[in-house]
Design a binder for this molecule. Structure first.
Ligand code: ATP
Ligand code: MG
Length: 265
């Protein structure tokens, strides 16, 4: 790789938490859309067999002719797998249920944890000139999530602002440390993101205090409020910025995008 290639290489970020329903997909879709609005070229990789990010961005199941699974299995090129969304500057590799970890286990490959890493580093990716690649992970610490962590420069960890939010975080941190030691020395934590925050609720404030005192600088300044518009948008196959541009949810994801873009060298 020449220095020039390195300058233009996309930043790859996993959005992960093995806990279900904490706001991973909502964050992936809307952060992608907010980065795209800032003029960045963005790819969303749907790495969850539930395919929620694909559905939320309006990619119908019958249009998912090539999926993340095909890419990992070597049955599709990046040109086959990458689809344009309705959002300018935002493309997606969709997923379907064929992307179960069981299917992936069938791939007899000693580099099984590197499948996504290798797929996203094919030289043909340069043609797309992506600035950011965001990976929506499944609610599990399985081989799919390991692939995401091995492929990424950094990790965003959404924390739902509710009781037990920090539970399970130590296991995730341990997995990140193991991946650092074995496969991806430079893996960083981009930030822990408080989601579904309700300012009127003492519990939300308690979770924020706990997170900031335990994790300090790792916690993003931006907080994502509980906002019903965020939960409505996917059923209209829209990002929050398209669905309700002036909502508090839109404001919050724009602010998060700004916080991340400010770190660009
Ligand atoms: P899974 O683990 O199943 O993949 P997830 O971590 O991706 O879930 P989401 O699907 O993003 O979580 O969110 C779970 C539910 O909470 C969804 O119905 C979503 O619309 C809703 N939701 C997420 N964030 C917010 C928010 N800030 N305000 C209101 N509702 C939200
Ligand atoms: Mg999800």
């Amino acid at each position: 790789m020449s220095d020039l290639d390195r300058i233009t290489a996309p930043k790859i970020i996993s959005v992960t938490n093995q806990k279900g329903g904490v706001g991973k997909t909502t964050t992936t879709i809307n952060l992608c859309a907010a980065l795209a609005e800032l003029g960045r070229r963005v790819l969303l990789v749907d790495l969850d067999p539930q395919g929620n990010a694909s559905t939320g961005l309006g990619i119908n199941p019958e249009d998912r002719d090539y999926t993340t699974y095909d890419l990992l299995a070597g049955d599709a090129t990046l040109f086959d797998a990458i689809k344009q969304t309705d959002v300018e500057n935002l493309q997606i590799i969709p997923a379907t249920t064929d992307l179960s970890s069981a299917d992936l286990e069938l791939i007899s490959n000693e580099k099984r944890s590197f499948l996504l890493h290798d797929a996203l580093r094919q030289s043909s990716i340069d043609a797309f000139a992506f600035d950011y690649i965001l990976i929506d992970c499944p609610p599990s610490l399985n081989i799919l999530t390991i692939n995401a962590l091995v492929a990424s420069q950094s990790v965003i960890i959404p924390l739902q602002s509710e009781f037990y939010a920090l539970e399970g975080l130590s296991q995730l941190m341990l997995t990140i440390r193991e991946v650092r030691q074995s496969a991806n020395r430079n893996l960083r934590i981009e930030g822990v993101l408080l989601t579904m925050y309700d300012r009127r609720n003492n519990l939300s404030q308690q979770v924020e205090e706990d997170a900031r005192s335990n994790l300090g600088e790792l916690v993003f300044n931006t907080i994502i409020p509980r906002n019903v518009r965020l939960s409505e948008a996917p059923s209209f196959a829209m990002s929050i910025l398209q669905y309700d541009s002036a909502s508090r949810g839109s404001e919050a994801y724009r602010e998060l995008a700004q916080e991340i873009v400010a770190r660009e060298a």
